[in-house]
Design a binder for this molecule. Structure first.
Ligand SMILES: [Cu+2]
Length: 125
């Protein structure tokens, strides 16, 4: 989540991973921050088996949630996509993370503006 040649570091990424490993209901805002060009929180840790729900806020224009090995800014253990970027405040996308690993994802229209997120998946104890 640092600056790369693909885009700037996520604006709201302060190096802290929000620990949600005890949570069974995890949601992430799509269109967070002052300009709506961020995920909130942008970095989370969850337990394997957790379903994450991304919820569009309607801020910042059209967004999507995209994790793909080829266009990613680093190694990602996961590939998933919410599809085309969409505008609205009633859009949701869910993905369940069954395996330990790291998922890096981004918003296609705003990758160059640093709209990126990460999920660390840990095995349940
Ligand atoms: Cu976006």
């Amino acid at each position: 989540m640092t600056e790369t040649d693909v885009g700037d570091a996520a604006k709201n990424y302060d190096g802290e991973i929000v620990d949600l490993r005890e949570e069974s209901d995890v949601s992430i805002d799509v269109g967070a921050g002052d300009d709506g060009l961020a995920y909130g929180p942008s970095a989370v840790a969850v337990s394997a088996g957790t379903e994450i729900r991304w919820e569009w806020t309607g801020e910042g224009g059209a967004h999507n949630v995209e994790a793909e090995a080829d266009e990613q800014i680093g190694e990602t253990d996961y590939e998933f996509s919410s599809g085309e970027a969409e505008t609205g405040d009633d859009i949701e996308y869910t993905h369940t993370f069954d395996e330990e690993g790291i998922a890096l994802y981004h918003c296609e229209p705003h990758l160059s503006l640093g709209m990126k997120g990460s999920v660390v998946i840990e095995e349940e104890e």
